[in-house]
Ligand binder design. Structure first.
Ligand code: LER
Ligand code: MN
Length: 274
């Protein structure tokens, strides 16, 4: 059994999503994550055109750390780019943006997340079909670049397309795309899943990435999610991917949250020998 690898979400100075634990200077954030004992960072990038990949490569080599995944939701939050949008031009822009992310992912050997960038249906019955159509193009490109994409069920307050693991697994199976997997996030699961443990077990064949935050989206240990049961389930399905902290900078600040999170995770992982 290999040890689970822990990572934490960092964002660039101009990104602004609440659950980016660390924001700001990339080098500083790599250094902080390394010093605290994280194995990797997940990085939220709105537009790769504004961010030279060699900065990442340099930080990765200086701190001997991997990038566990690239988060792409900023393009939806800041620019409204959405894979399921009714307007063809907007969804083409979203697809193009994901292609740019995949180019970066190929260079640094990481995974691209499709979370918020899938958009919202807001009553449109064809939104899921449109999303499928867009994802076909994304998948085709992913296959050509040998890059992996993961799609993340989100809670109902953030999206109304694909809220549960079951729906998302069905979507992934229908896509028949070899490079497409599942990302589960304990914060969303706590809202949407009937039984998060059972959902993890059912995700065995698809689970490629994992986000942790507690019920209040603070670091694990600050809310009432049963992480022991969650980690037992990860062990049962022989999950070998990253466990990424995506939590609010609470109670006081990002450093405190990240310190508490890694302490909590390592203790739990040791306890159940993950
Ligand atoms: C959004 O709430 C989230 O969990 C991110 O990982 C999605 O891009
Ligand atoms: Mn997440």
């Amino acid at each position: 059994m290999i040890k689970l690898r822990n990572s934490i979400v960092i964002g660039l100075p101009d990104e602004n999503f609440d659950a980016l634990t660390f924001r700001g200077d990339v080098f500083e954030n790599f250094r902080l994550a390394k010093d605290l004992g994280y194995d990797a960072v997940e990085i939220a990038i709105r537009d790769p055109k504004n961010f030279p990949v060699n900065v990442l490569e340099k930080a990765m080599s200086e701190f001997d750390m991997r990038v566990s995944a690239i988060g792409t939701g900023m393009a939806y939050l800041a620019e409204g780019l959405s894979l399921s949008h009714n307007d063809r031009e907007i969804r083409e822009k979203a697809i193009e943006r994901l292609k740019e992310h995949m180019e970066v992912a190929r260079l640094i050997d990481t995974t691209v997340i499709v979370g918020l960038i899938r958009g919202k249906a807001e009553g449109r019955e064809n939104a899921l079909d449109i999303l499928r159509d867009s994802m076909e193009k994304v998948c085709e490109f992913a296959a050509s670049k040998n890059v992996y994409i993961v799609i993340e069920p989100l809670n109902r307050y953030e999206s109304d397309i694909l809220n549960t693991a079951e729906e998302t697994i069905r979507f992934i199976e229908d896509m028949k795309c070899e490079n497409l997997g599942l990302l589960l996030d304990t914060f969303h699961m706590n809202i949407e899943e009937r039984d998060p443990v059972e959902s993890i077990v059912k995700s065995k064949n698809w689970l490629k990435h994992f986000h942790v935050a507690d019920s209040n989206r603070w670091a694990p240990g600050f809310g009432h999610i049963n992480f022991k049961a969650i980690f037992h389930a990860l062990k049962d399905i022989n999950y070998k991917g990253f466990v990424t902290v995506e939590s609010l900078p609470k109670p006081e600040d990002a450093k405190e949250a990240a310190t508490a999170a890694i302490r909590f995770l390592k203790q739990l992982e040791d306890e159940i020998s993950l």
